[in-house]
Design a protein around this ligand. Sequence first.
Ligand code: G3P
Length: 218
Amino acid sequence: MKFFIDTANVDEIRECWEMGIIAGVTTNPSLIAKEGRDYRKTLKEIAGIVDGPISGEVRASSVKAEDMISEGREIAGLHENMVVKIPMTAEGLKAVKQLSSEGIRTNVTLIFSAAQALLAARAGASYVSPFLGRLDDIATDGILLVEDIMAIFEGYPEIRTEVICASVRHPMHVVECAKTGADIATVPYKVLVQMMKHPLTEIGIEKFRKDYEAVFGK
Ligand code: G3P
């Protein structure tokens, strides 16, 4: 399973890219708004840091397929690595079909059922993004959704759509996603940092330091 980082913060993106742990980036209107910077400029800056797929979402106010299509073309034109993120609606599926026929990659977002994922795949989506955490929030197991989608896609080898586990809230989500064989998890910076840490690693480093310095000094 590959990692994307789920943020529009360029400092976080740069740091994780330098560590070699991420293969791409996902953003959404909430994450872009949090940074308070110009949307397109931010996406271009991200594309200058990360050499991998970068999802930029159509404006939250775009509900008609024709608007999503023209905006999608604009986003795709920013950089060759751009992927157009489109919400899972009937109009969104029309936009996915058109954009994919033009060779523009799409990521269908706000997926909450296997049926939605299958429809998005059939419309030609390059990626589908099931939202685990938001299902967990309403007492529904998000991992079961990822397992279902993986099982369905595996049964139909002609489906090339990759599964991006999204709305990932903690390291155990990541481990559970990896067990399903999901292609990608898009993970917030905070969770990537949590994944790096283990108290025994910190205790071990401190013991090595003390033992070494006791004999050889600083
Ligand atoms: O990738 C989707 C993600 O940004 C949503 O996460 O935590 O707002 O449900 P969350």
